[in-house]
Design a protein around this ligand. Structure first.
Ligand SMILES: NC(=O)C1=CN([C@@H]2O[C@H](COP(=O)(O)OP(=O)(O)OC[C@H]3O[C@@H](n4cnc5c(N)ncnc54)[C@H](OP(=O)(O)O)[C@@H]3O)[C@@H](O)[C@H]2O)C=CC1
Ligand SMILES: O=CCCC(=O)O
Length: 346
């Protein structure tokens, strides 16, 4: 089944442009009957137990920097969690904490009442939805899908359409907050979509986060997240410039960080990242490649409404330079290196 899904994906799904409409046209005979029956009967029993008010089973797709601690917090809170990750080894620590494992995203979606996805970008988020849609469609039962990845509104709306076409419900819920807030259950959820699913998912969001905003129609959560990250990316680029300028004119950049922390432009991010940037250390909490992806998506959002965003556009160029210098997997604070190169300071 998983192989069939992937073959079909490769044939039909160029996700960057659209989700695979052809999935809806695939005949049910294409699925091995025994597997479908097993999955279908499991689905009905899961649904029944959820209706009884007993435990809601939770799926988690994507166990990277963010997904792993988020799933771990669900497990620690006693939730019934089933995990999948493209690189299987990242599932092992969760399995040893009591998570169940499935070898494909669609099997997680088949097994669970609510499936969360925390994937890298629009392509990977779209891929997982494509394969899950197949199983949800043929199982004909009400499941739920919550995408907590950072994607653009267009992608999120397509995901919403495809999930809804199966009868399942959808919530977009990107998060503000990085690795440490994810570990501490202190994320901020920016949700939009099916209100009943928002209500159903809220207890889980509250385990993983400290607050949640319900923003209405799908696309609004993605837009809010992109505006926030666009500002964050520009702020980081400004901090980088300030640190390097202070150093060049003979000031101690550590003192600059202290001065900033006491004034009107104080920001937790400056105090957290400034000291390590001064030491040219960039331990990854938020990968630079994801920040550049968010700048790109935010600029696309601005373009869609003809809003000038010259500061963000300039900052985006710095992230692109940093990526070209091989810093994609470093923390986004490594953007300072693109200015060091320009100024020839190291
Ligand atoms: N880190 C942060 O501070 C924050 C990140 N975010 C957003 O959350 C999302 C995840 O971020 P983060 O955890 O940091 O990123 P990571 O790069 O650590 O994890 C990315 C996840 O996506 C999976 N993935 C990537 N490509 C594919 C693919 N083609 N098919 C299937 N799975 C794929 C990875 O699997 P594999 O392990 O196999 O590579 C991994 O599970 C991103 O959208 C990011 O912008 C949001 C808030 C904060
Ligand atoms: O998308 C990443 C956001 C990181 C943060 O909010 O600190």
């Amino acid at each position: 089944m998983a192989l069939w899904v992937r073959t079909t994906m490769a044939k039909y799904c160029s996700y960057s442009t659209q989700l695979p409409i052809h999935f809806a046209e695939r005949p049910i005979s294409a699925f091995p009957a025994k597997r479908l029956l097993t999955v279908r009967s499991k689905a009905f029993s899961v649904q029944a137990s959820a209706k009884d008010g007993s435990s809601t089973s939770v799926g988690f797709l994507g166990l990277g920097i963010m997904g792993s601690p988020m799933a771990q917090n669900l497990l620690k809170a006693g939730c019934d969690v089933t995990v999948w990750n493209r690189t299987k080894s990242k599932c092992d620590p969760l399995i040893s904490l009591g998570a169940k494992y499935k070898p494909s995203p669609e099997e997680v979606a088949a097994e669970c009442d609510v499936t969360f996805a925390m994937l890298a970008d629009p392509d990977s988020a779209g891929f997982c939805v494509c394969v899950c849609v197949l199983i949800l469609m043929f199982m004909n039962f009400t499941a739920s899908y919550v995408d907590v990845s950072t994607v653009d509104g267009g992608t999120s709306k397509l995901i919403n359409q495809r999930i809804k076409s199966t009868g399942a419900s959808f919530l977009e819920a990107p998060v503000s907050g990085s690795k440490k807030p994810a570990e501490d259950g202190q994320l901020i959820f920016l949700t939009a979509g099916d209100k009943p699913l928002y209500d159903l998912a809220s207890p889980f969001l509250d385990i993983m986060g400290k607050s949640r905003f319900y923003l209405g129609d799908v696309g609004n959560g993605a837009a809010m997240k992109l505006v926030v990250n666009m500002m964050m990316g520009s702020m980081m680029a400004t901090l980088a410039e300030g640190l390097l300028l202070s150093e060049k004119v003979g000031l101690d950049p550590n003192v600059l960080v202290e001065v900033l922390s006491q004034g009107a432009i104080s920001a937790p991010m400056y105090s957290m990242k400034g000291p390590s940037m001064i030491k040219s250390a960039y331990p990854t909490a938020f990968p630079l490649k994801h920040q550049q992806k968010d700048m790109r998506l935010a600029l696309g959002l601005a373009e869609s409404v003809s809003q000038p965003t010259p500061i963000a556009a300039a900052a985006n160029e710095l992230y692109k330079v940093a990526k070209a210098r091989g810093l994609s997997d470093d923390d986004f604070s490594a953007v300072i290196e693109s200015l060091r190169a320009k100024l020839g300071s190291s």
